[in-house]
Design a protein around this ligand. Structure first.
Ligand SMILES: [Zn+2]
Length: 476
């Protein structure tokens, strides 16, 4: 029997507000433990939470960007459970009446488009952070994170493969970053993903029992964990067993999931409306204001890149996957208006460099205008395309301009035909056998002669002139 996977994702995105969701404490990452707390976020008796307006603004941005319907009135509830990182004994979260529902995100995997519906987006507060001493039976708690604002984005189980899960997450991350509401950092935990995975006989419409995967702190792990889980469930079913609803953790070192606990049902949390917080009322003016403030989003920008710059859809997709990268491209094209060569340089040498150094585009050692200057230099014929690559590497290493490096190292292209002809002459003189073979019809040797001339001129000869002069001499 063949099975098909059914996957839904729950993503927690930490909102980039200055202060927490219900108090004025700072949300800065990396502060000394327990220095960013107050009676409200420590859960002292008698305090009252006050909702942070920016949290609502940011949530509305996300809701509108994903086509959700905004609830005119939503509520905060208390999710009750006991854990040492939760001083109040309950987490404030939206439950029955979330702020937004029924949105969508469009993705594409290997040319196949897929619409993933968003079931709901709601606001909630984060819990604290426990760390366990590996050598002694001691655990420590840092409550700086209690009350940091999160949105949870819950998809419908519309995702059909690990690759689609990855594409959905990348798209979601691109959108929160375009909106400027979350930095999307999986490693630091400001963008977290849980996956609900089940399988069913192919073609059937029912849903199998699902397991919830946690601890997926990289895009790669999300895809690998889902892949593993699909295969595990298949094996269980084919051996006549039954899937148990449970929470499983991803063990990156062993590349497998393991059972953490049986899954709680919602009634285990005894949700009820938080009596300290009024219903949240959002009028149409507020929605309109946020709608007007939305930036151009990845899908729209990708379409524009194809139409305005004539780029292939693939290039446009890569360049607009990140807002800063797309900005970089546009800055560069403004100064050097040849979109495809600019795209090639960004997707090739520039992204290669950034990946190798593990840095983001906004930390690029070569600024957009500096890259444009280099491309202008190559385009004018002052340096060859090959030398341009060398100059680029030098720019990245030293921070100098292209012009300065070319002048300093004497890398200007040799365009003088007498000079090139002299080298051509030497190359042909020293390779009489190849010349003979060429003249007897082995024209493929042209590449060899060009290579020799380029080698002799340290890559500086104008390739077009080299070809012409070689052709002329060999035809004699
Ligand atoms: Zn506080």
């Amino acid at each position: 029997m063949d099975f098909e996977p059914v996957i839904g994702l729950e993503v927690h995105a930490q909102l980039k507000t200055q202060t927490k969701i219900f108090c004025g404490c700072s949300t800065r990452f990396g502060a000394e433990p327990n220095t960013q707390t107050c009676p409200v976020c420590l859960g002292m008796p008698g305090v009252l939470p006050v909702l942070n307006r920016t949290v609502v603004d940011f949530t509305l941005r996300m809701a509108l960007a994903t086509g959700c319907t905004i609830a005119p009135e939503s509520r905060f509830a208390r999710k009750n459970y006991f854990y040492p990182d939760l001083p109040k004994g309950y987490q404030i979260s939206q439950y029955e009446l979330p702020i937004a529902e029924n949105g969508r995100i469009d993705i594409e995997v290997e040319g196949r488009p897929r619409r993933v519906r968003i079931r709901r987006i709601h606001m909630e507060e984060d819990a604290g952070k426990l760390s366990h001493d590996p050598h002694r039976p001691v655990s420590r708690v840092d409550l700086n994170r209690t009350g940091v604002p999160l949105i949870e984005i819950v998809s419908e189980p519309d995702i059909g493969s690990p690759a689609e899960a990855g594409a959905y997450l990348r798209k979601l991350r691109a959108i929160v970053r375009y909106l400027g509401i979350c930095d999307g950092n999986l490693e630091e935990g400001s963008f977290r993903c849980d996956a609900n995975v089940s399988i069913r006989p192919e073609g059937s419409s029912g849903l199998g029992t699902r397991s919830e995967l946690k601890n997926l702190n990289s895009f790669r792990f999300v895809e690998k964990a889902i892949e593993y889980e699909i295969n595990r469930q298949k094996e269980v079913l084919l051996e006549g067993g039954a899937i148990v609803q449970e929470t499983r953790l991803w063990d990156a070192a062993r590349s497998q999931t393991f059972s953490m606990r049986g899954k709680e049902e919602a009634h285990d949390y005894r949700y009820f409306p938080d009596p300290d917080l009024l219903p949240l009322v959002i009028d149409s003016d507020w929605v309109e204001r946020v709608q007007q403030s939305l930036p151009e989003l990845p899908d729209a920008r990708r379409t524009r890149f194809v139409e305005q710059f004539g780029l292939p859809a693939y290039d446009a997709g890569v360049l607009t996957s990140d807002r800063e990268l797309a900005d970089y491209f546009e800055l560069c094209v403004a100064e050097f208006p040849q979109p495809k060569p600019v795209s090639n340089w960004i997707m090739g040498p520039l992204l290669g460099l950034l990946n190798a150094q593990g840095i983001a585009i906004d930390q690029s050692p070569v600024a957009a205008s500096a890259l444009a200057d280099l491309l202008k230099l190559a385009d004018s014929g002052a340096i060859s395309a090959k030398i341009a690559k060398t100059v680029f590497e030098e720019m990245a290493a030293s921070g100098k301009t292209a012009a300065a490096i070319v002048a300093e190292k004497g890398l200007s292209q040799i365009n003088d035909s007498d000079e090139i002809e002299a080298v051509v002459h030497v190359v042909l003189e020293s390779n009489p056998k190849e010349v003979e073979a060429f003249r007897n019809g082995k024209t493929k040797l042209m590449g060899f002669f060009v290579g020799e001339v380029m080698k002799a001129t340290r890559g500086q000869a104008n390739p077009k002139a080299v070809n012409q002069l070689l052709q002329k001499s060999l035809d004699k």
